[in-house]
Design a protein around this ligand. Sequence first.
Ligand SMILES: C[C@@H](O)[C@H](N)C(=O)O
Ligand SMILES: C[C@@H](O)[C@H](N)C(=O)O
Lengths: 158, 158
Amino acid sequence: TTGIITGVAHDRNVAKLALFDVPDRPGIARTVFKSLASQDINVDMIVQSANRNEHNDISFTITRNDLPRALKVVERVYQEIGAGGFTHGENVAKVSIVGAGMQSNPGVAADMFEALADEDINIEMISTSEIKVSCVVQSQDIERAVQILHQKFKLDQV
Amino acid sequence: TTGIITGVAHDRNVAKLALFDVPDRPGIARTVFKSLASQDINVDMIVQSANRNEHNDISFTITRNDLPRALKVVERVYQEIGAGGFTHGENVAKVSIVGAGMQSNPGVAADMFEALADEDINIEMISTSEIKVSCVVQSQDIERAVQILHQKFKLDQV
Ligand SMILES: C[C@@H](O)[C@H](N)C(=O)O
Ligand SMILES: C[C@@H](O)[C@H](N)C(=O)O
């Protein structure tokens, strides 16, 4: 599976926010992200896993400079939608593997997770597309994460 | 923002699984997805939101024909990693908007969520990349979802 990954990307200018226990009904995601867009906040990753007990959590990432404004939006919106609360973090970074045809290659994402696990790097958020697997990790882990992924996918060879 | 979306994609051959309350420490994601890969199960979306109380949930989607085998893996693995449990669903489908430069256009994802909300369609899972926003919805909602997204992003005009 190493042959299909063509690059490792990373982004240090990342902050994460998460709304917890949002009611799992139509219109909630719209309200959150329309409110953020109305303040011109650029959202990068949006991640929502499966629900539990008619509630769900929604996480997203933005640039660090947008965090103060995003927090103002979230402080207002979480009450408006009846969410349980929210958290945020700034000491995070994003690392991704990029390649073609990943969906027909079981184990590529698993290899990425294994590389990070071998370095004892905790994976905080995960989002995927057919050509990209992105993980949010702690900022202090980003250099090692990029390095181990280059090694894992043999991108460190000339 | 409507100008930058170039297409709406959908997939009906989708099943979703979610592991709940997995310990949030290095190696857990690796164990789950290495086990799935060892059974040649192709995983499409992998979604993990922010943690709560040192635990997290991990959801993923596969094709429906792989569900029996994936369930066997998950039944074994969830105990191995000390997760609280797992759920699965087959009456789901995936719909995505595809376009260039979405990350520099606040509100594109919000527009997608708004279109679905206007049709009273509940969004079960969300995953994004720079060129794609994907939502998992109930199977019975997929036709209306595709239709409303074509309308929202003016892709239904010749
Ligand atoms: C949780 C949130 O995504 C909700 N299900 C919605 O459709 O907006
Ligand atoms: C929850 C799971 O992703 C864990 N944090 C890991 O790194 O494997």
